[in-house]
Structures are given as structure tokens and as C-alpha cells.
Design a protein around this ligand. Structure first.
Ligand code: NDP
Ligand SMILES: Nc1nc(O)c(N)c(N[C@@H]2O[C@H](COP(=O)(O)O)[C@@H](O)[C@H]2O)n1
Length: 220
């Protein structure tokens, strides 16, 4: 068993989720409120380590008022235990799970960092050199995460997609373009070689929110 996974992101019309320097404020206020309504509904929110290093996100419900007392559990996929100990994701607002790779077994620095992180978070130790996402999903389900919001970045998005671990994609398309071949897109990673390998989607809903366009797809 694994959580039901909803990928949510904001991108420019040219598919970028950040500029080449990592600047990523894309959504308008209305869309951010939609995102936080979704955060309120899910049991967990997951990001890759580069997103933590670039954005220092909180990943809590903080742009809307909520009667719900608990924030979702935060999850960071972090092979080498690089999550800074002072980062906001480790504050007391919610429980945090850091998933690290088996590099902790052979690299003393990584081991020491994961030990320090375990004082502030629940550390999941994967058996593989890059966190085994299927294994991680099973673990999250065992921790009562039945619905998981995936909030980027592009590398983790593609790994989750390739492993068939995404059920829905909700994307806010902002009316702007930034260009740049080094700017992150919605899905990066290695990509597929041929169109016949593409993951097919079905558009379920689309609507305008302020200046932005929201598209909601089911992954087939
Ligand atoms: N506009 C938006 O909606 C959003 C934008 N962003 C932006 O995205 C950018 C970050 O994206 P990106 O650089 O792609 O990084 P990610 O946040 O996707 O993190 C990728 C890293 O996660 C680690 N990792 C561990 N296991 C896996 C695995 N199985 N598969 C994939 N990754 C794994 C790796 O770390 P290691 O290298 O240590 O091995 C990898 O390099 C930032 O600029 C951020 O602002 C992020 C979220 C939303
Ligand atoms: N939906 C959305 N729109 C944008 O414009 C964004 N830049 C993001 N980014 C994601 O939200 C995280 C920040 O969360 P906090 O406000 O700090 O809780 C960021 O790290 C991305 O995952 N999302």
C-alpha cells in the first residue's frame, strides 16, 4: 500500500518552475491560497533536498486560516543528509521525516549528519544508494500518510513519475515566460528517450484563478 500522491506546482508558460538562479515565486495570491487549502487536506507534503536548500520552505498551512490543529507531516528526500539543521523544515510546526540513502553506511560525514538530524526529525534509512521511492511510499503509508502532496522540485518530480508513483498533477500556469536552458522545468531528471514512453494524462479540470490558469490531470 502507498499514499495517493498529488503533484502540485506552479510554472511559467514555458514550463519553468524556477529561473536559472532558482528564483521561484510564480503563483499569484489566489493560487497560493488554493495550494494551502490542499495542504490542509493532505496527510503529508514531500520535497527533494534541493528545494529545501534553495527555498528553505516551511511546508505548513500558513496562507489561510485553519481550524485544523495539525500541519501535514513534512518529508524530505535527502540522499546525503544535507538538510541544514537550522532549516525551517525542522521547526516545531510539524513532524518531519528525512529519507536518506545507504550512503550513511559507508560515509562517516553523512552518518554524523543523519545522526544530528535524527535529534530533530524521524530519519528513514533506504537500502539503496539513491532513496528507493517505492520503499519510502510504503513507509509513509505505515506512518498513516494516506494522501501525499508532492511539491517538487523537478528532479524528484521526474523520479516519482518514472516510478508510477503520481496519481494526479495539479499545475498553476502563470502568464509569464522566463526562458533559460538551465532553468528547472516541471519534470527534469533523465527524461525518456521516445514519445511512446511518455506518461499519459487526462485533463479533469481547468479554471482561471486571478491571472493564473489551473490545470488538473489524472495520471493514466
Ligand atoms: N514552482 C514550483 O512549484 C516549485 C519550484 N521548485 C524549485 O525547484 C528547484 C529544485 O529542483 P531540483 O534541483 O530538481 O531538486 P529537487 O528538489 O527535486 O531535489 C533533488 C534531489 O533530491 C535527492 N533525491 C534523493 N533520492 C532521490 C530520488 N530517488 N529521485 C530524485 N531525487 C532524489 C537528490 O539529492 P542528492 O543530489 O543529494 O543525491 C536529488 O538531487 C528549486 O529552484 C525550487 O525553487 C520546487 C518546488 C516547487
Ligand atoms: N504552488 C507554488 N507556487 C509557487 O509559486 C511556488 N514557488 C511554490 N513553491 C513550493 O512551495 C514551497 C514554499 O512553501 P512555504 O511557503 O515556505 O511553506 C517551495 O519550497 C516549493 O515547494 N509552490
Amino acid at each position: 500500500m502507498r499514499p495517493y500522491v498529488i503533484l502540485n506546482a506552479a510554472m511559467t508558460l514555458d514550463g519553468k518552475i524556477a529561473t536559472k538562479t532558482g528564483s521561484s515565486e510564480i503563483s499569484g495570491l489566489e493560487d497560493l491560497k488554493r495550494v494551502h487549502e490542499l495542504r490542509k487536506e493532505v496527510d503529508g507534503i514531500m520535497v527533494g533536498i534541493n528545494t529545501v536548500l534553495m527555498d528553505d520552505p516551511r511546508l505548513t498551512v500558513h496562507k489561510i486560516t485553519s481550524e485544523k490543529l495539525d500541519n501535514p507531516i513534512r518529508v524530505v528526500v535527502d540522499n546525503k543528509a544535507r538538510t541544514p539543521i537550522e532549516s525551517r523544515i525542522l521547526n516545531d510546526d510539524a513532524l518531519t521525516i528525512i529519507a536518506v540513502s545507504n550512503k550513511v553506511e559507508t560515509d562517516n560525514i553523512i552518518f554524523e549528519r543523519s545522526k544530528a538530524l535524527s535529534e530533530k526529525a524521524d530519519v528513514f534509512y533506504s537500502k539503496d544508494p539513491s532513496v528507493n521511492l517505492k520503499e519510502l511510499m510504503k513507509y509513509l503509508y505505515s506512518k498513516k500518510i494516506k494522501t501525499l502532496m508532492l511539491e517538487g522540485g523537478s528532479t524528484l518530480n521526474f523520479s516519482m513519475l518514472r516510478e508510477n508513483l503520481i496519481d494526479e498533477i495539479r499545475v498553476c500556469v502563470a502568464p509569464m515566460v522566463v526562458g533559460g536552458k538551465y532553468a528547472k522545468t516541471l519534470f527534469d531528471g533523465d527524461g525518456f528517450d521516445f514519445m511512446k514512453e511518455a506518461i499519459n494524462l487526462e485533463l479533469k479540470n481547468s479554471y482561471q484563478l486571478g491571472k493564473d490558469l489551473v490545470l488538473e490531470y489524472k495520471v493514466l
